[in-house]
Each structure stands twice: as C-alpha cells, then as structure tokens.
Design a protein around this ligand. Structure first.
Ligand code: SF4
Length: 421
C-alpha cells in the first residue's frame, strides 16, 4: 500500500474545500519533515538525510507563515528578500511538492478548465490550478524576473490579480553590459523599497553583505563537489536533486543551505573512487518515473551526478557592491541569453564533472529545453560525449509513458555498457 498515494487521494478529494486541502498538504509536509528529522534513513549519506529535512522545512515555511512570505520565480533576487526574512514560494518547488502527493493532475485540469492552453508548462499549470482553487495561501507580494522562462510574467501577473497583492517584475536584458547592470541594479533598489513599504521594515545593507558572503562560500563548496564527483561515486536521488533547486536558488545564502553544501563537499571526499557510469542530466527531471527511479536513485552502477540547473551560477559575487553583484548574477546566468551560451556552460560543467554521458529532458511545454536540444546534441557529438534527448514531463505523470521511457533509456544504457566492456 502506497501511503503517500492514499494521502494524495484524500487531498484530491478535498480540492473543492481549500481549507481542508491546505491543512492536509501542510500536515503531509510536516509528517515528512518530522520523519526526516527524527527517523532519518541511516543508509543514505548524512548530507542527503539533512537535505531531506531542509526540503520539507523550506516547503513548509511559506505555507505556515503566509504573512511573512512572497511568491517568487526561481531566478528572483532572493538575497534581498532574505534580509527581510521573507520566505519564498516558487512555482517549480510547489508544483513538484503537489506532484509528490500525486495531486498534479487535478490542479492541471483545473488550470486547463479555466482556459489555460494544454501546451503550457505543467509546473505553471499545477501552480495556477492550486491558486485557482485557492489552496495555496495568499502571500504578501510577488517578485519575478523576465529572464529564461517565458511563462513566469503571466503566471505572476495572474497570481497578483487573483490575490490582489503587489507585483514587481524585474526586466533583465538578454546580454551583460555595464549599462545593463546599472539598469537591473536600479530595479532591484526599487523592489527593495517596495518590500520596505509592505513589511514596514528598514532594509539592512550589512545583512545583505553577510548573505552574499555566505553565498560565496556556498559556491566554493558547490565547485568542490563538482570537482570531486568527476572521480568519486556519491549516491544521489532524483527527488533530492530537484529539491536542491530550493537551496541553489531561492534559499541560497541561508545558514542551513551553507551547512548542507559544506557537509556535502566534505562527505563526498570520504566516498570511493568511481567505477560506475556517471550521468549528467540537463534540465528538469520526471523524478516519479519508475524506470528512472530504478536506474538512478542511489544506484551504484549508474551514478546520477546532478542537473545543470543547480550549477547555473558559480561565480563569486562582489560583497562591497551588493546590488550590482545581484544584478550581474542575474544577467550572467547561464540560461539568460542564447542557447549557445547555455551549451558552453554545460560544457564547462562537463569539463569539471567528467560524466560518461548526458541526458536532456525536453519537458512538455518548455520551449527553451525542447528548442535547444539539437544544438546541444551537435556540441556533444563533436566531443564524442554520448547524448540522449527524451520527451517527458517533470510534473505530469500522464506525459511520461513508462514504456517509452524504458525502451529509450535501456537502449541507451546498453550502448554505454558495451562501450565500457
Ligand atoms: S520547465 Fe521551462 S517553461 Fe517550465 S518553468 Fe521551467 S523554464 Fe519555465
């Protein structure tokens, strides 16, 4: 009996009673948090036990404290929000959380029933469906940036209208220049003033510098992990890899995030040299798929080393000019700009991690991941790196048929195995 699925069914049946559904979702998250805090799975690395705790802690914070939380996108300037102790709630995390409880289909259907296109990204549809059903609480405001994801601006405009809350959009130019940095910096200052007005708190620049200083240390640990994974086996899990997005983006700079990356970068050094096939994954993951789970979760033969999205900005930031640093970070993100820029960044990650192959997910409804697949394929082919591009969905189980996944993945792994024999 799958308890989580049963629990999800109960939540689904409450979809028209938002207060009950939200209580069930919070209780489910709390039970998982308690389980990982009090009874962690001792068979997995300590850092992964801690990551399980943090995943539920970060998910619960905005649900339990809406009066101190904001809707944000993955690339929002979270460092500034942290100075006000604002808890971020972002589309990808919440949609994945709901999908973890097998509830994504009812929210996607709810979003489509209110007029959204079937071809819109399912992360957004799940999130919008949950807002439409008023299951997600009303938070204080929305902050989004124009970069990378073309669905963000409309989703956050919709949330702002639905809940009648302030909304700030940061326009991020396509390419870096000093003028562009100044342009984004000025918007960040305006956004900070908006948050001061809403929270009735004074912005504290020293606190921001402290957060950025910690973020720089975290990036050193991330780089160290990437270098070690090139020659070490370290157990990984696809759900946890997705949950790292909460740490590597909206909660980067926090003490708990720092503790995790420090622990991870030290723990990997204690693991054996790799004798397995290592896989770098590009873009989001259908973490629920049975075939992928069998081959990649804590698997000693096929080591799932991570996703590029978790390493999209590893450059140190200038602590003395915090607003400029955040503006520069947004402008120089590997996803902001042409797809060729992303390909070069993936090649840099490959240089560090030395994977045996790359798998790319063309996520249903995501134009950037599907459109660039061939450009990535050509770049990897010229370097003789095996590449598989698969169609699927990071959230909606209905768009990732297991039979198709099994046939394609096993054929690919068979070729890799025959190469290493
Ligand atoms: S998968 Fe693509 S469309 Fe969906 S949230 Fe991510 S970037 Fe946006």
């Amino acid at each position: 009996m799958d308890i989580v699925k049963l629990y999800g069914d109960l939540t689904k049946r409450s979809i028209n009673k938002p207060e009950t559904a939200l209580k069930l979702i919070k209780l489910g998250g709390l039970l998982q948090y308690t389980k990982w805090t009090k009874f962690p799975d001792k068979k997995i690395p300590k850092s992964m036990q801690y990551l399980n705790q943090l995943m539920f802690k970060y998910l619960l914070e905005p649900l339990q404290n809406p009066e101190n939380s904001a809707f944000v996108n993955l690339f929002a300037p979270c460092e500034i929000l942290q100075t006000f102790d604002i808890n971020p709630m972002f589309v990808e995390a919440e949609a994945t959380f709901l999908s973890g409880f097998y509830c994504e289909d009812v929210f996607i259907d709810a979003a489509e029933n209110c007029g959204l296109s079937e071809t819109l990204c399912s992360y957004h549809k799940t999130f919008i469906g949950a807002v439409e059903k008023e299951i997600l609480p009303k938070l204080q405001f929305c902050v989004t940036s124009s970069m990378i994801c073309d669905a963000n601006i409309n989703t956050f405009r919709y949330i702002s209208n639905k809940y009648d809350i302030p909304h700030f959009v940061i326009d991020v130019p396509y390419e870096y220049s000093l003028d562009a940095e100044e342009y984004v910096k000025n918007q960040l200052i305006q956004m900070t003033e908006m948050v001061e007005d809403i929270t009735k708190q004074k912005f504290n620049i020293d606190k921001l510098k402290e957060i950025i200083q910690r973020e720089n240390k975290i990036k050193k640990y991330m780089n160290s992990y990437l270098e070690n994974i090139s020659h070490k086996y370290f157990p990984n899990h696809m759900t946890l890899e997705m949950s790292k997005l909460m740490l590597s983006h909206c909660n980067i700079g926090r003490k708990e995030t720092y503790n995790f990356y420090k622990m991870l970068s030290e723990e990997i050094k204690t693991y054996p040299h790799k004798k397995c096939t290592s896989i770098l994954w590009v873009h989001t993951i259908p973490y629920y798929n049975e075939t992928l789970k069998n081959y990649f979760n804590y698997n000693e033969k096929y080591n799932f080393i991570g996703i590029d999205l978790n390493y999209d900005n590893l450059q140190p930031m200038n602590i003395d000019k915090p607003f400029n640093s955040i503006a520069k970070k947004m402008l120089t993100n590997i996803y902001n700009g042409s797809f060729e820029k992303k390909v070069n960044a993936i090649l840099n990650i490959i240089e560090k991690t030395k994977p045996d192959c790359v798998i790319n997910l063309c996520h249903w409804g995501c134009k950037q991941s599907s459109g660039g697949s061939n450009i990535l394929k050509e770049a990897l082919k010229s370097r003789n790196i095996p590449y598989l591009s698969i169609d699927g969905d990071g959230v909606d189980r209905r768009n990732t048929p297991n039979g198709q996944m099994k046939t394609r993945l096993e054929a690919f792994l068979e070729i890799l195995d025959s190469r290493s024999d």
